[in-house]
Design a protein around this ligand. Sequence first.
Ligand SMILES: [Zn+2]
Length: 91
Amino acid sequence: MTRPSPAAALNGVQTGNFCGRCNKRVKTGDLVRAYATHYDADGWVVRRVWCDECGDRAISNGTDGADEVVVEAVYWNHRLAGVKTVDRSRP
Ligand SMILES: [Zn+2]
């Protein structure tokens, strides 16, 4: 079974609207970054969302063997849009 691309899988996913680092509220049209993991049972799941100023650009501390990704997206009406992969733990 092929793992779906994180950018495709996370497009349209609902997220919270507060930055996980500075607590700033993000608005529709804002650029955000998000960190997501993939476990086979769950698929791609967003773990953290950050505003443009504090978002990570690379995967910093790995979790236990999951496929991980940092993406850039536009926050749109409580969903991620135009998702692009910035960094990924596995090719
Ligand atoms: Zn922030």
